[in-house]
Design a protein around this ligand. Sequence first.
Ligand code: ADP
Length: 506
Amino acid sequence: MARKRKPRHITRSLRVRLMVSYALFFAILLIGTAAVFRARLSTVLTNQAQDILEQEWAALKGGYVRIGFYGNKPPELSWYYDQEDLDERFIVERLRRALLLTDASGTNELFISTTYENMARETPAQIQQRVRMMLASPGKFFLDTRYADGEPYLVRAGVIFDELHKAPFYAAIGTPLTNSLKVLRAYTLFFLGFIPAALILGSWLGWYMSGRALTPVLAVAQAAQRISGSNLSLRIPSREANDELDYLILTFNRMIDRLEASFQQMRQFSTDVSHELRTPITAIRGQLEVALFTAKTTEQYHDAIVNALQDIDRLSQMVRALLLLSQAESGQLVLQKTEVDLAAVVRDFVEQFQIPAESAGVRLVAQTPSRCPVMADRVQIERMITNLLSNAVKFTPEKGEVRLQLRKDEDSVELVVADTGRGIPSQYLPHIFDRFYRVPGTGTAPGPDQGLGLGLSFVSWIVKAHDGVIDVESTPGQGTRFEIKLPVGDLAAAPIESAVQPIVSE
Ligand code: ADP
């Protein structure tokens, strides 16, 4: 099976870094543990040697050695033990191994073993000083490590007394540390060999584990690379492991969903715009061609130019509306919120629309409370009401009725624009807020008399920008009802309105 080459450079440094971290962690852990254990072992071994020395010291003082000191003769040492008793012989052998016994001046040696002679010895002056110190504080003794023929010994020095005069004598016994050192050396050697091996193993483990952890990341990266502007329907398959990486994949896929939706919207928008622009342009071209090739009289020229101008008007109206809408949707149109009395605005508009409504034979009524202040952008709110009202009047036949109702709650207001017009079939309802959407089949196809299909897009944006909601209900043949709910907002924070702004409509 042919395998695709992985883009290794992406993860190489990450993998190396993970491996180095693993190895470093292992090294610190191993060296630290080994050092702590070695220190502990060394303490235990020293304690053991001290225990042995204490036992030997107790045996020395306990009567195996006696000092005969009779004033006129120099002191003498004699050993008291049962030659036949193996245990006692062994103890005495051990005592004699490294032993020094002198009088308190340090000059008269009662006993010195060869091993002791080979050690770095204390001078008579040192012995005298030590004896003085030990006599001053009973129980005190000296402990040090010395070497004889390259072998280490732990030496314990203290005072013992002769039986008759209780005169102090200086005694020092040594016990070899060779075995303890051997154990310590073996331990150190073991770790010196073990640590590099464990480090190599740890690094390999780190390399392997980070490789395993990063493989799915590479797979995700590869899948992500395949997704492009023209290929936005691709998604990264979930690993069904329900882990952090799956969460990343989910988030990424959702992002692609959103991108695809806005790409689609953009594509649709440019298709719609070019389509919508083509109609008036073709019409203008037609009018001008008529004028150029077939018009004979001034009247015919005049008509053709008037028609062309009408189409140009429509064209510029559309361009202006599109510009505004794109500004609104890209967030460039910032709301200028002030305190607006919605009741007064609704009453104003009903008054303005009376004449066109009457000429269409439509009754226009409004029910509003006396005042209904909300925090809103006056220009946009007026644009919203104009669009809804002009649609209602436009799509309601003679003898019909258009009714505006305004209700206010504690923190929201509700505006209803209801008509008894031709209604909208339910299958078209979800699309009426889309740009350029006109309900098909009822003579609303693009043409000079038709709307741009942009009015409700604006209404929807304005409601959303005011944190409100819009709802529509419609029954074909009976009428349509738009219901808008807007929050009242923080009226206390309202800036004072400087002047009443002009009403702008599409
Ligand atoms: P237009 O500028 O074409 O009116 P709108 O975006 O305002 O565009 O409306 C979109 C479509 O929704 C209209 O073409 C019309 O078919 C339908 N519509 C809007 N309001 C009403 C209404 N009150 N009664 C019936 N149909 C309506």
